[in-house]
Structures are given as structure tokens and as C-alpha cells.
Write a protein that binds this ligand. Structure first.
Ligand SMILES: [Zn+2]
Length: 450
């Protein structure tokens, strides 16, 4: 199918690589684009333009479309001479033998082929397809790595259909029990579960989903940034240092129902007024410390009415920062401030803050990071890339607790992601794939030399 690619022409993408061609291997930018959009035939949805690639994606985990793209993945990697292992949670590991006499835990390039229900063509997909392109490049050049090198397609990264994001990498890393993952229901049709869908599609493999069952030597993940930092700073590559810490709370503010016409302010116990001030205060505290604090859900009783003070309000609070100590400090200041606000108006309110999720900051592996830095400096110069912390969760956050891990970010247009119009230019896709290739080769040589 002919492709209409926006914004950039393919010859430009080709030119980008002519410089590094002499120095060694180079990925095929055209083939990478064609393959990304070829695989997006399974799950294409939410058309927004007239070009063949101008749709978003709806390829929910373990759906029929997901099964189709998994079949493609299996066939393509087998064509490249890879050995394919499917574990008992449907994770797919395709590995290419290195030259060392015995097989080694593979240096993996992993990401995910499932999408959000209104997702785009790059989140996760770029990471897996670029990894396949790296394997194609190695194969067609007859390049032999020392260690086994391969690709992982992680099951249910998005958590959109089965509500647990980074599910299968979480089980692999020992953070989520297998049975808990198996029993997750489809949020649209609770009669289906992860296990029943894996069975239906024939994706319960013999190997245990664990870092012991199928260990990895390292994990490199190419991903779109999903934020505006690279684009705004004019940089091409983000060398990811780790994932930021986040802590989620439910805050319950209790007051008393009262008539709005007959109850003077001084006699009220108004939880909605207090909760509003608390949300504003958490925002100010986070801003001051360079952190993030967000409220995504506010609930008031369904019996509330225009002329009654609500009796109770609950709201969520999500605090994030790359440094655990700053998250601690934002939490401490919020707790203090909420206590003061609770007494400020009328007869005051009760406030209770309960912790729902605590995810400490993740630090990626210094050696893996160095290998990406070296690749990025070679490709775009020392001024062309920057260090960045991932604001979102990724499978790499899970793998980093079990094997040396890092990520490579490339810009996406206007920072838009989890949206049909999510877009990464052909040049940036190619540059990301080339960085992935060179980082993996750097790491392979580095480990062989140790
Ligand atoms: Zn993703």
C-alpha cells in the first residue's frame, strides 16, 4: 500500500543516515516506516485525515487485532532466524544467537504492541517495530553480536482492557502475582479474563513468566516521549535516567449537610469548599518544589443538591517527582496545609488522607545509559540530546528491577500521546531506531570486554 507521509520526505530520512553508513550498520528508514504502518492495519481506528496512515489505533491487549499483530511478529522474527519463546502470560521473546559458544540471556529491545482504545501509531509500536528493524539490519549485514540479542513484545502494557498497566512486565519482575494478572476481567465484558483470552488465542506458553523463567541480559526500550520537553528544547533524543516517583492518595473531607439559605458561613462545616482550597494548595506546594500534584477525581454524594452543603467530598491526589525526597516533602506540606485549611472556615471539617499507591523513583542502569549517550552523541552531537526522566510508567520501569535497563525517547508532535493523532516524524523514528541499534551494539561490546 503506498504511504503518504506527512511533514517529512523519506529521502531526507535517508540522508540523515548516510553519514553514519560508512561507520557501520544503518537501519533502513523507509522499511521502518512501511513496517510501522503495515502493522497498524490491525486495529486502525479513529480516522482524522485522508492519508492511509492518518488514523489512530484501537488494538486492545489480547483482542483479535492483537492476535494478528502477534502472528506478524512471530513470522517476521522467525524469518530472521530468531528463536521465539512465549511465556505463560503471552510475552513474546524473539532472540538471535550471538557468537559466544553458549546461549546468553538476551540483550533485549522491548516494548508493547497493544494500544489505548483511542491510541496512536507510535506508543509502544515504535519500540517493537524499531527493534525488529534492528534485527533485520543485523541479519542482512551478517553482523554477529557476542551475546544473544532480541525483541520482547510485552503483554498488556496499557492496562486499558484489563485494568493493570505494565501488567506482564510486572509479573515478569515479580511485582504482580501471576494469578492476579490471570484473573483481571475485561472492563468492557467481565465474562472474559486475561487467562480466558490467552487460552482463546493460544498464548499461554510453557515458560514461566518470571525473570528466572526467562532472564534478560539487559532491556533497552525506544519510546516516544509522550510529553513536550524534547520538542520544546529542540533536542532529538532523550537519554532516560529513570522513572519519577509517584504517590497516589484518596483524601476524604467530611462535614455536615446544611441548608445553604439558612446557614450562615460561620455555622457551616463545608467539605467541598475545604476540598477546593486543598486542591489549590497542593498545586501551589508542588509548583514551589518543582514537583507535580494533580487531582483527577472529585466525588460528592449523589444526593447533593444546589441548596444543600455537601456532607462529604473525596478527591484523589497524585504527587510526582524524580526524587523520592521531594515527593516526601510535597506530601508533608500538603498534610500540614490540609490540616490548616480544615479549620479555616465556619466550624471546620475532618480530613483523612489514605495512601493508595506508592511507586518509588526508578534509577536506570548507568552502563546502559552510557551506551545510549555514546550512540546519541555520535548521531546528533553532544548538543543534540538531553537527559530526561520518564513521567509515565513503562515496561522498562519493571525490568529495571531485574536487569540493566534504560530507555531512549524521541519527540512526538506537540507532546500528544494516547490520542489518534499521536505522531512521530519518519526522521525521528529512524533516528530512534539507529540509536537503539548502536546502543545495543555498544552494550554488547562493552559486556564482551568485561
Ligand atoms: Zn507505551
Amino acid at each position: 500500500m503506498p504511504l503518504v507521509l506527512r511533514k517529512a520526505s523519506l529521502p531526507a530520512a535517508r540522508r540523515l543516515y548516510s553519514a553514519s553508513a560508512a561507520a557501520g550498520l544503518r537501519i533502513n528508514a523507509d522499511r521502518l516506516q512501511e513496517t510501522i504502518h503495515h502493522t497498524c492495519q490491525w486495529g486502525a481506528a479513529h480516522r482524522y485525515g485522508s492519508g492511509p496512515a492518518e488514523t489512530g489505533m484501537s488494538r486492545l491487549s489480547l483482542s483479535d487485532d492483537d492476535a494478528q499483530v502477534r502472528r506478524w511478529f512471530a513470522e517476521e522474527t522467525k524469518k530472521l532466524g530468531c528463536n521465539l519463546v512465549v511465556d505463560n502470560l503471552g510475552n513474546m521473546f524473539a532472540s538471535r544467537r550471538g557468537s559466544l559458544p553458549n546461549p546468553t540471556p538476551m540483550i533485549a529491545m522491548g516494548s508493547h504492541l497493544d494500544t489505548q482504545p483511542r491510541g496512536g501509531r507510535y506508543d509502544g509500536i515504535l519500540g517493537v517495530v524499531a527493534a525488529v528493524e534492528v534485527l533485520r539490519t543485523l541479519a542482512e549485514n551478517g553482523y554477529s553480536t557476542h551475546h544473544d540479542v532480541g525483541v520482547v513484545n510485552w503483554t498488556n502494557e496499557e492496562g486499558a482492557r484489563f485494568p493493570k498497566s505494565m501488567m506482564a512486565s510486572g509479573v515478569w519482575a515479580g511485582k504482580i502475582p501471576l494469578d492476579q494478572a490471570y484473573s483481571l476481567p475485561d472492563i468492557f465484558d467481565p465474562s472474559a479474563t486475561v487467562k480466558s483470552e490467552l487460552q482463546r488465542l493460544g498464548y499461554i506458553g510453557d515458560v514461566a513468566c518470571s525473570s528466572a523463567g526467562h532472564p534478560l541480559g539487559a532491556h533497552f526500550e525506544l519510546h516516544i516521549e509522550q510529553g513536550p520537553i524534547l520538542e520544546e528544547s529542540g533536542k532529538k533524543i532523550g537519554v532516560v535516567q529513570g522513572g519519577q516517583a509517584y504517590r497516589w492518595f484518596t483524601v476524604t473531607v467530611s462535614g455536615r449537610d446544611a441548608h445553604t439559605g439558612t446557614t450562615p458561613f460561620k455555622s457551616r462545616s463545608d467539605p467541598l469548599l475545604a476540598a477546593s482550597k486543598m486542591i489549590v494548595s497542593s498545586n501551589a506546594i508542588a509548583k514551589k518544589l518543582g514537583a507535580l500534584a494533580s487531582t483527577g477525581v472529585v466525588k460528592i454524594p449523589p444526593s447533593s443538591s444546589t441548596n444543600t452543603i455537601a456532607s462529604q467530598v473525596t478527591f484523589t491526589l497524585d504527587i510526582r517527582h524524580p526524587d523520592d525526597a521531594i515527593v516526601d516533602e510535597v506530601q508533608r506540606l500538603c498534610t500540614e496545609s490540609f490540616g490548616v485549611i480544615a479549620k479555616e472556615d465556619g466550624r471546620g471539617v475532618q480530613v483523612d488522607m489514605s495512601l493508595d499507591t506508592d511507586s518509588p523513583a526508578t534509577k536506570f542502569d548507568p552502563d546502559c545509559i552510557k551506551m545510549v549517550e555514546k550512540a546519541a552523541t555520535k548521531l546528533v552531537g553532544a548538543d543534540g540530546w538531553l537527559h530526561i526522566t520518564s513521567g509515565a510508567g513503562h515496561d522498562s520501569v519493571n525490568t529495571s528491577s531485574r536487569c540493566p535497563t534504560t530507555m531512549i525517547f524521541v519527540p512526538c508532535k506537540n507532546g500528544v500521546s494516547h490520542h489518534p493523532e499521536e505522531y512521530c516524524s519518519p526522521e525521528d523514528c529512524a533516528l530512534g531506531a539507529q540509536t537503539l541499534l548502536e546502543a545495543v551494539i555498544n552494550y554488547d561490546k562493552f559486556k564482551a570486554g568485561q
